[in-house]
Write a protein that binds this ligand. Sequence first.
Ligand code: MN
Length: 207
Amino acid sequence: MKHELPKLPYSYDALEPFIDARTMEIHHIKHHQAYVDKLNAALEKYPELQERPVEELLKDLNSIPEDIKTAVKNHGGGHHNHSLFWTSLVSPSKAALAGKSREPSGVLADEINKNFGRFSDFKEKFAASAVGIFGSGWVWLVKDGTGKLFIVSTPNQDSPISQGLNPLLGLDVWEHAYYLKYQNRRAEYIESWWSVVNWEEVEKRFE
Ligand code: MN
């Protein structure tokens, strides 16, 4: 079994004007594809690992042979992180037409309020964490084994799954995710990104 680049659930221009079509296209067919290809290349020598879903590989990195451990962490992480990223986003016009809220609702909203204060407090903490990442990485809303929510950041393409955490929502703050449109203005990219978060999907992951 070879890992494959997943199709996006929307067109490249669906997230305009918040995330531009050119960035989406390069991010998907160049960057994400490269993680998939390099993961497959790393697994070539190990047919028994090729059968395992990427989540399983990342959950137990210690079981991965030493000579490909870093490649699986980087490229398996890159593959899984991006797969989560695409499906965490939704076209803002589609969401508006369907009357979808730009905020979480239900049990997830309650848990966010319980752990972080108001939704605006959560956004502020999450954004501060994203702005504060030195170099390339991700910031995440995760659930631990007891169901408690945390904001964590990971360097490079490290996955929260490898720390026993369940990622609900992740923000890619590698420059390749925003540089064409926002250049060095990472904070502006983060602020725009909230407008395309698919809270319905995040709620499903939480439940
Ligand atoms: Mn990326």
